[in-house]
Design a protein around this ligand. Structure first.
Ligand SMILES: [Zn+2]
Length: 111
C-alpha cells in the first residue's frame, strides 16, 4: 500500500488500490480526479513482449502521450534485450508500468 497526495484536490489515496489501477492517470492524481478531469484519455497504452516461448512476458506500459510511446517502441526494437544492457535513451522515456504478464507464474516470490 502506497499513500500519495492528489495534486488536484490534495486528498490522500492509495496508489495501489484497485480503483486507481482501473482508472489510471498520473501517479499523483487520485482516482476521483482522474475520472472527473479525464486525464487518462490523453495517455497511450502499449503492450510489449519480451523473451520468447513459454518464458515470454508481456509488459503493459502507459505513456504520457503518443510520442513517448513511439519513442519507447523505437528503443525497444533497437535494443532487444535492453533489460540486460542498461544504456540508451529508452530510459529517458516516461512511462508507467500498469501490468505485466510473465511466463513465470511464481512471480510473487520476487516482491
Ligand atoms: Zn484528487
Amino acid at each position: 500500500m502506497k499513500i500519495k497526495s492528489c495534486k488536484h484536490c490534495g486528498e490522500q489515496f492509495n496508489l495501489h488500490s484497485q480503483r486507481k489501477q482501473e482508472v489510471g492517470g498520473y501517479i499523483n492524481e487520485c482516482p476521483d480526479c482522474v475520472e472527473e478531469l479525464e486525464t487518462e484519455t490523453k495517455e497511450v497504452i502499449r503492450a510489449f513482449t519480451t523473451g520468447d516461448g513459454k518464458m515470454a512476458s508481456i509488459q503493459i506500459l502507459k505513456f504520457e502521450d503518443k510520442e513517448q510511446a513511439i519513442l519507447y517502441k523505437k528503443g525497444w526494437d533497437q535494443w532487444s534485450g535492453w533489460n540486460n544492457q542498461r544504456s540508451g535513451s529508452i530510459h529517458d522515456v516516461r512511462f508507467t508500468k500498469i501490468g505485466e504478464n510473465s511466463g513465470n507464474s511464481n512471480h510473487k516470490g520476487k516482491s
